[in-house]
Design a protein around this ligand. Structure first.
Ligand code: ADP
Ligand code: LRH
Length: 491
């Protein structure tokens, strides 16, 4: 039996086939496609219909190979959404969370409601692009979309609706809106009232593993395929990635390392207290009643944008080339705080790194190798900072760090992370989100008993590379300089 997982990352989308053979998982990439946002006038959008087209291309590729998946599920990045109107059609084109229409809205809402109230109701970290601020921005701009909207669907909900014709809001992604109340277990009516968005737009919330329809007859006819069951996975990609962490113990720390770096631990209950709010940690809903106590770190996005800038200037590098150049550059020459707001929006990242260094009294890195080294070392050091906060907040001490996602192909980043945290890094699997997506499908169909059996199967099926920490003294000294240069608060 073959299953199909769609994983839409901010850097690319992919469709993977999965098979379970005697407890071993086999995964094969069926289709990979770009996921380039589109700037249209002043607005930055996702190319949602192109993504739907690519989902269909994957179904056609499977058909041409004589493969009929027994089930399908989709996961993607969090927070973004589309609206469906009275006639069942998509209204407008979903905004990209890096669009600037939310500028200043989080601050306004905090002023109106207080951060304590918002955090107590949602348990979600304050990020300026959270759905709540996107919706508030649309309301404040008197968006015609909001006036006409009848249903709110997040990106995977929306694509799933296109595939099946059925509308559901999936739980893990719903929690990332900052409009879901984990204590009450439903959409938070007070927060919705405060932003002036009608409760009626928000539908039934289904858990990862729910069967949420079948491919709709018109689609089957269009592609010449048979109907297939569609499940809800943990449709937030980070939820799926953490489901795929091949941990052996219940207490573990992870870093989901892709466009974003998401670092934290899995907990049984959301941690909603003063310290969590002060440290700006989040409690995102996970699989089978778990929550992810974690913090967003800007991640390899900075490198992706550097690469795009250099490409525009006529210098194309692939990631392995950039890693090689970084390895040859001078160590610990300059540091950035990857989470400085200047790095959030698309743009000329090398120039912003230069500005950051000048602002903080450092000599700016010159040349691609030096820039990449600065980014990767700074990320590794930021990981140490956040890992220590995770330990403090969760009251646990971790013996090492699990890394999953495309970023683990960057062996320098893995090694430097181990060096920075002074603990081993266990890296694997690369396609964490897609594999976590599959795990939920297999648990739903009864082929795997539970998440721990799934994690065991993942551990036995994919190579996990261990990176032992090296260079303790020099990394400890680098951390001290990083902390003072980036002005990061004392723990
Ligand atoms: P997302 O799911 O957010 O799209 P991925 O998990 O696919 O992200 O990770 C993408 C990142 O992985 C890229 O930004 C890049 O830094 C890193 N990466 C991908 N391939 C390689 C490679 N061959 N060598 C080093 N790094 C890589
Ligand atoms: C990672 C991710 C992350 C969110 C961000 C918007 O892909 O889903 O968990 O914070 O995208």
């Amino acid at each position: 039996m073959t299953i199909l997982a769609y994983d839409l990352g901010a850097s690319s989308g992919r469709a993977l086939l999965g098979r379970l053979n005697g407890g071993k998982i086999e995964v094969e990439e069926l289709h990979r496609f770009p996921n380039d946002p589109v700037q249209a006038g002043d607005r930055l959008h996702w190319d949602i219909l192109r993504l739907l087209h690519e989902l269909k291309q994957a179904l056609l590729k499977a058909k041409h190979r004589g493969i009929k998946p027994s089930s399908i599920a989709i996961d993607s990045w969090a927070v973004d959404f589309g609206f469906i109107g009275a006639n069942g059609e998509l209204l407008g084109n979903p905004y990209h969370y890096r669009d600037r229409h939310t500028d200043g809205v989080m601050e306004q809402l905090i002023e109106e409601l207080s951060a304590t109230e918002i955090f107590a109701r949602s348990g979600i970290q304050f990020l300026p692009f959270n759905t709540i601020y996107q919706l508030a921005a649309l309301k404040r701009a008197d968006s015609p979309l909001l006036r006409e909207a009848k249903h709110f669907l997040m990106i995977p909900d929306l694509l799933r609706y296109f595939l099946t014709g059925d509308m559901y809001n999936e739980f893990s992604n719903a929690t990332t809106t900052q409009l879901f109340n984990p204590v009450e277990g439903d959409w938070d009516e007070e927060l919705l009232r405060a932003i002036g968005v009608p409760r009626e737009l928000f539908g039934e919330i289904v858990q990862p593993g729910a069967r949420v329809g079948k491919l709709r007859p018109s689609l089957c006819e269009e592609l010449g395929i048979e109907p297939v069951d569609v499940y809800a996975a943990a449709e937030h990609d980070t939820g799926s990635a953490v489901a795929a962490v091949p941990a052996l113990e219940r207490s573990f720390a992870y870093l989901s390392c892709g466009t974003w770096s998401l670092m934290g631990t899995e907990v049984g209950e959301p941690v909603i207290n003063e310290l969590a709010q002060e440290l700006n940690f989040t409690n995102e809903g996970g699989v089978y009643g778990t929550y992810r106590l974690l913090k967003n770190i800007m991640g390899l996005w900075i490198l992706q944008e550097c690469r795009r800038s250099w490409e525009r200037a006529g210098n194309s590098y692939d990631f392995p080339e950039l890693v090689k150049l970084a390895g040859e550059a001078k160590p610990f020459a300059a540091f950035i705080d990857p989470d400085d707001p200047v790095f959030l929006h698309p743009g000329d990242m090398p120039a912003r790194i230069t500005e950051y260094c000048e602002r903080t009294g450092q000599e700016a890195p010159a040349g691609a190798g030096a820039v990449v080294r600065c980014v990767l070392e700074s990320l590794a050091l930021k990981y140490r900072y956040v890992l220590e906060l995770t330990e403090r907040l969760s009251g646990q001490t971790f013996s090492g760090l699990h890394m999953v996602g495309g970023g683990i192909q960057n062996i320098l980043l893995c090694q430097w992370t181990a060096n920075a945290i002074g603990k081993p890094v266990w890296a694997g699997p690369v396609e964490g989100s897609a594999i976590g997506n599959m795990a939920v499908q297999w648990i739903a169909s009864g082929e795997l008993a539970d998440i721990w059996e799934a994690r065991k199967a993942i551990r036995e099926s994919f190579p996990v590379e261990t990176y032992e920490p090296e260079g303790h003294e020099e990394w400890a000294e680098a951390y001290r300089i990083f902390r003072s240069t980036t002005n990061l608060a004392e723990d």
